[in-house]
Design a protein around this ligand. Sequence first.
Ligand SMILES: Cc1cc2nc3c(=O)[nH]c(=O)nc-3n(C[C@H](O)[C@H](O)[C@H](O)COP(=O)(O)OP(=O)(O)OC[C@H]3O[C@@H](n4cnc5c(N)ncnc54)[C@H](O)[C@@H]3O)c2cc1C
Length: 309
Amino acid sequence: MLRSALLAASRSPQVRTVVEKFPPTHAIVERFVAGEQLDDAVTACDDLVATGRKVTLDHLGEDTKDAEQAAGTAQAYEHLLTALKETGLAAGAEVSVKLSAVGQFLPLDGEKIALENARRICEAAADAGTTVTLDMEDHTTTDSTLSIARELRADFPWLGVVLQAYLRRTEADCAEFAAAGSRVRLCKGAYKEPESVAFQGKRDVDLAYVRALKVLMAGEGYPMVASHDPNMIKIAGQLAEWNGRSRDSFEYQMLYGIRPEEQLRLAQAGNTMRVYLPYGAEWYGYFMRRLAERPANLTFFLRAMATRG
Ligand SMILES: Cc1cc2nc3c(=O)[nH]c(=O)nc-3n(C[C@H](O)[C@H](O)[C@H](O)COP(=O)(O)OP(=O)(O)OC[C@H]3O[C@@H](n4cnc5c(N)ncnc54)[C@H](O)[C@@H]3O)c2cc1C
């Protein structure tokens, strides 16, 4: 119930205005978001890389409403990738892109615009010597996102895709994307989805995650295990071992600000540990999804609201 309400609020302009104007929000947002400016992102990235972690940077934004804004987002990624190249961080840092931020939802030729903008970002990443992963949004975008990914992979075979374990279709998608060289991030899924397309309870989602992970670990691709769940992390390690995988043939991924000690433990044990690092002014949707995932974060937020009256 609470999760559903928060996920619905993540798409409400009215709630957005209230939350964004509330001063304590910003202190809590800082835990999950590097800052609003490019320099903030580069500094946070540098700090993470210095502690043996890798990074994937997300220029925050989603549901872009016009072509100009979509092109502006692509340009922001180009500037980011130039900065990563110039600071020598590109070896340890890639970027994550939401296709809705580069035009996917625009009427008429949204998919074409998103493809062109994503291509610009991939070219800038290739020039910087790093990679791109396409984030996955709600289930209405899955076919479109995977079809854009297939098209881009013809020129950029290192392009990463995200599959969400809660979707009933994902085990089959894993079979397709477990091919040689294919970078696949497996996450549980962060959106409010109907029962017809997605498993609902934690136990069912966890079981689906393990089934999907089995397919990816047994395949020839490069699985990216995106979860903070201690059980999933343990099972991923076991599956990698059973499939004779070396430590450089898969990686763990976690979000910035969540379980940082575990991130360091995994990195220090010789694993590749990548942190998803968001930055930018458009933090609202991302922040609300993080609150929806963990009641403790919400309690902290509400307590701050009550204290401020
Ligand atoms: C690198 C990365 C990229 C992602 N990309 C996408 C994407 O493209 N599309 C998409 O739909 N989703 C994405 N997600 C989000 C993902 O789908 C889940 O919503 C999120 O990771 C929570 O699921 P979990 O696997 O951590 O397990 P959960 O079952 O939610 O949590 C397990 C445990 O992890 C800890 N934990 C989890 N969340 C939090 C939190 N917010 N604060 C503090 N502790 C927490 C707690 O200890 C909790 O008990 C991504 C997640 C990661 C890590």
